[in-house]
Write a protein that binds this ligand. Structure first.
Ligand SMILES: [Zn+2]
Ligand SMILES: [Zn+2]
Ligand SMILES: [Zn+2]
Ligand SMILES: [Zn+2]
Length: 132
């Protein structure tokens, strides 16, 4: 009988100790903020690419997008728009790369050694330079 009550006491003590350990480590984590830091890193994302309107060549949603009285270029898109003579009119989709300002997926996109614009940090002369 004596032995069994002693072992029961041991089990009880262990349970309490384990509980203390769990709460302890949770507190330590909250104190150092490691879980908060991890969450922040997951939220931080690269800048999204800018969608171009394939009907007019302008940045989608811009006030100049599909403007009725805009000057048209020979390519069918609005003259001087980021997509003018660079994207195909009526293409499924087109976008400016947020990292370099070039049409996404072209050879010039994110080309190493390309000249950077001092104003916007994108590739100098890229369709999105100083526009996105
Ligand atoms: Zn448009
Ligand atoms: Zn054009
Ligand atoms: Zn790029
Ligand atoms: Zn620029």
């Amino acid at each position: 009988m004596k032995l069994s009550s002693y072992s029961r006491w041991i089990v009880g003590a262990c349970a309490v100790l384990a509980l203390v350990c769990v709460t302890d480590s949770a507190w330590a984590c909250a104190g150092c903020g490691c879980s908060a830091k991890k969450a922040k890193a997951a939220v931080k994302k690269a800048k999204a690419d800018v969608a171009l309107c394939t009907k007019c060549g302008e940045i989608k949603g811009k006030e100049t997008c599909c403007k009725a009285d805009a000057k048209k270029c020979g390519c069918g898109l609005q003259k001087g728009s980021p997509g003018c003579c660079k994207i195909k009119k009526g293409a499924k989709s087109a976008a400016l790369c947020a990292k370099c300002g070039q049409i996404k997926g072209t050879d010039a996109c994110c080309k190493p050694g390309a000249k950077k614009c001092g104003g916007c940090g994108l590739q100098k002369g890229a369709p999105g330079c100083c526009k996105i």
